[in-house]
Design a protein. Structure first.
Length: 187
């Protein structure tokens, strides 16, 4: 386990130190969910166009529940493991570029888990309508990398968040599909 932790720290040092001051503003912009709103609006537009308003309402209900569950489970893990963020970890703090500081815990990343969960959920819906639906996965890759760049998460926080997000996104898609087929308009 110690080897994995050391490898995680080395990977953090490498990825974080790829940054430079001239890019800090960009990554501070990328890390805020609000600035991704235009992307979400576009996704909603194309989704409504394919499935209609009634089915879109069901998607919104399941998406809300998905974010709630993913976010709260992430907090359960964070407060169970109590892993310090890189910006607060004295073994790495002096070697990384700390662009942003937070006092909460690190393991695992809520940005990674929520973005991957919602993307997985949307991808599973979109894949039958759009050939390039896989491009949706650029969002969680860029969004979660910002957390490493800023000095807020270790790579293992991101990867674990991704895995948890894929699991919850797929689970909620299966539940959504059941309800959609049973009670709503067949697509």
């Amino acid at each position: 386990m110690e080897q994995l932790i050391e490898l995680d720290k080395e990977l953090l040092l490498f990825l974080n130190n790829l940054g430079s001051e001239q890019w800090d503003g960009f990554w501070l912009f990328v890390t805020k969910q609000f600035y991704w709103s235009p992307l979400f609006a576009i996704i909603f537009y194309f989704l409504i166009k394919k499935i209609g308003w009634k089915n879109f309402g069901l998607v919104v209900v399941f998406l809300s529940l998905l974010i709630l569950v993913t976010d709260q489970m992430t907090n359960v893990f964070k407060y169970s493991f109590e892993r310090l963020r890189p910006c607060n970890d004295t073994t790495v703090k002096e070697y990384i570029r700390v662009v942003l500081e937070r006092k909460s815990f690190s393991f695992f990343s809520g940005h990674a888990s929520n973005s991957m969960a919602t993307t997985t959920f949307f991808f599973l819906i979109f894949r039958k309508y759009y050939k390039f639906a896989f491009l949706l996965f650029l969002f969680p890759l860029i969004f979660a990398y910002s957390r490493i760049y800023l000095g807020l998460h270790f790579p293992s926080d991101i990867v674990t968040g991704y895995l948890f997000g894929i699991f919850t996104g797929a689970l909620f898609y299966r539940i959504y599909s059941y309800f959609q087929q049973k009670y709503f308009v067949e697509l």
